[in-house]
Design a binder for this molecule. Sequence first.
Ligand SMILES: NC(=O)c1ccc[n+]([C@@H]2O[C@H](COP(=O)([O-])OP(=O)(O)OC[C@H]3O[C@@H](n4cnc5c(N)ncnc54)[C@H](OP(=O)(O)O)[C@@H]3O)[C@@H](O)[C@H]2O)c1
Length: 342
Amino acid sequence: MKTLHTVAELDDQLSTPTPGVIETMRAIEGDFIVLGAGGKMGPTLSRMIRRGLDEIGQKDRTVTAVSRFSLDEAAHELQRHGVQTLSCDLVDRSAVQALPQAANVIFMAGQKFGTTDAPELTLVMNTLVPAIVAEHFRQSRIVVFSTGCVYPLVDAASAGANEDTPLTPPGEYANSCVGRERVFTHFAKLHGTPALMFRLCYAIDLRYGVLCDVASKVAQGQPVDVTMGAANVIWQGDANARAIQCLAHTSTPPMALNVTGAERVSIRWLAERFGDLLQRKPIIIGEESRSAWLWDATRSYDLFGPPKITLDEMISATSDWQKLGGSTLGKPTHFEVRDGQY
Ligand SMILES: NC(=O)c1ccc[n+]([C@@H]2O[C@H](COP(=O)([O-])OP(=O)(O)OC[C@H]3O[C@@H](n4cnc5c(N)ncnc54)[C@H](OP(=O)(O)O)[C@@H]3O)[C@@H](O)[C@H]2O)c1
């Protein structure tokens, strides 16, 4: 990956369609709608679809990004890149019922942080909204963004949770994510809607994610907690491409797919590596536990091959970004949390 100097260059990289995305655009018909598109991933994912369609000369197929668009800027930026936008609160059933139909739906809305203070809102967002959406879009194929946190923590020496691991996670947030999958699966079976549960584990770009969190702490001389001894991460561009490709793998009943990077990274090693690259001595606290949230995404590599961007490339790009004083989103992942309380 070439050095990225600006947010515009970064967004361009994250939204570049891969050959697999282009192939998917040719293989499936119809328009696209992305629900919950105003967050960290939705803007570049929506742009990747648009660029893919443009590249194969299918400019008349539409891409609509739906979100509350609490940040107006996100909507304007999408429109500038040929993506239509609609402001909608997905909790509002009648507003959802007024949304246009599309053959291809990617569902990305959800709530994680704030669960401890308002668990009822997390339950509404992660289980009631899926029911409203699944009813309205029952004629579509749907890729449902889920999370690797639907599994329990596993033995740190194991291969990680795979798709057959029972869904018995700790904490109310993670259990609401199990609920999201169950609700979509129920309606998929009821209406024969092809769907897929996209169990994403730690997407990153240079402004957020596990690498950004650890690098920022090392750069600022803040302690890095290594109790969660290791993590899996995937470059957001690779995660976007896989989500789009998954539209061609939806089924009834829905399949689940773990999506993350192939290389597991030790948090202690990562802090030390950033220490070398940023020339700061990392402050390590805690001791590695015997269990961690770790994932085995072999099934996704069998389908799509390994992710394009390697761990080493992500680490170099993150450290270059920090050295250039690049911006961050100020949204820590809280990957250190082990009890599921957010
Ligand atoms: N990024 C990761 O590493 C990761 C890992 C595992 C799972 N996931 C899941 O994957 C999905 C996408 O990830 P992300 O990082 O882009 O998440 P995100 O930053 O939380 O974005 C989701 C967006 O959904 C929109 N939304 C929330 N409530 C809504 C509502 N009531 N109506 C309409 N839109 C609403 C919000 O944008 P507005 O304010 O514009 O409405 C929010 O920014 C999320 O569900 C996330 O939990 C992500």
